[in-house]
Design a protein around this ligand. Sequence first.
Ligand SMILES: *Cc1c(COP(=O)(O)O)cnc(C)c1O
Length: 397
Amino acid sequence: MFFTKNSIRSTGQLLLRKSFSSSIIARAQAPLDASKLIINQTTTPKQKLPNEKLVFGKTFTDHMLEIEWTQENGWGTPVINPYHKLQLDPSTIVLHYAFELFEGMKAYRDSQGNIRTFRGDKNMIRMNKSADRICLPTFDGEELQKLIDKFLIVDKSFVPEGNGYSLYLRPTLIGTTESLGVSTPDRALLYVIASPVGPYYSSGFKPVSLEATDYAVRAWPGGVGDKKLGANYAPCVKPQLQAAERGYHQNLWLFGEEGYITEVGTMNVFFVFQHEDGKKELITAPLDGTILEGVTRDSVLELAREKLPANEWIISERKYTISDVAEKAAKGQLVEAFGSGTAAVVSPIKSIGWNGQEIEVPLAAGNSGELTKQVAEWIRKIQYGEEQYKDWSRVAQ
Ligand SMILES: *Cc1c(COP(=O)(O)O)cnc(C)c1O
C-alpha cells in the first residue's frame, strides 16, 4: 500500500505547522452555518407510495441535504437539492479506505401534523465522535439539527401518518479526496437522505431467535465498535447469513473466552433476571468501547430508572455472560430479553442457540415480555408527541 506524507501527520499537527509558519496566513475554516441554507426545489416531484407499500430504505423523498467541506475553507454553503446520484472519481478515498460514517434517526408526524425528531442531539454528538475517529471534519450539532428541520419541512409530505410510521433519516459523512494515498481527507461531503418507513412489526411484535456467535467478533477493546462507521457493518453480514442457514434470525454477539454478551445484530440488548430476594434486574452491557452508544439504549435505561419502582427493580449497566443467561434460564429466573434500536425501538427475543442447547426466553405478554411491551409504549408516546419528556422530542420548524 502507498502511504503519503500526510498519513503520518494528523490534522492537528498540520494546523500546528501552519501556525508556526509566519509566511502562511491561516485562513479561518468556516463553521457549519444553517443560516446560509439554499433550497433548490425539485421540478419533478415523485409519486408517493401508499403506507402499506413502504419498504425500509428503498424509496427516498424528493430532496437531500448536502454540505461540502474542505480543509482550506471549512464548511461550505448548506444546500437542499433535488435527490440525485453522487458523482465520484474512482479514486475517491471513501471508496478505498472506508472514510464513511452514518447516523440513523427518525422523524414522526404527530396528531397536529407537526414533524418531530427524537433526541437528535444525541445523534449529533455520536456523529461527531465517529467523524473525529476517522479524521473527518466535526461540526456544531445544533446547526445540523436546524438544517435537518428545514429539510423535514421541505419534504414534510413524505412523513407518513399513522402509528409506527415515520421518516427514516440517514445523515452520512464521507471523505471525498481524490487520491489513493492513505491520509487525512482534505475534502468531505455531509449529506442527509430520508426514506419513509412503516412499522418494523406490521401486526404486533415478532419475537426473534438468536444464535450466540463466538467464532466471529463484532467489536473489541480499543477498536471502533462504539462508532457508527460503515466499515463495522459489512463484515457482520456473513455471520448473519450463517446464523440464518441454521435457522436463526440474528447473531447474539459474544466477546472473549468468558462469552460476554455485547449486542444483538445491529441493536443493543437487554435481559431481565429474577433475583432470589424478589427484585428484578434489567441488565445491559456497559459502554466499554465495544458497545454502540444507542440512543434507544440510553432512553430505555433512563425511563426504566425514572418509572420502575426502585424497591422492585435494579437497573444495571454491567458485564454479564451467556453462561449467566443459561444459568438463569435453567433456574426459571430468566424473565425476558429484547434488542433496542431506532428501527424497531425494541425487538423481543424468544430463544438463543448456544453450545448445542436452546435457551428459551419467556414471552409473558404473548409476543414479548411485559417490560418490553411497556418500554415500547413509553418511547412511542414521546416520539409521537403524545407525552412530553424533557427535551426529547423536537418539532421541526
Ligand atoms: C445504531 C446501532 C445501535 C442502536 O442505536 P440507536 O441509536 O438506538 O438506534 C445499536 N448497535 C449498533 C451496532 C448500531 O449500529
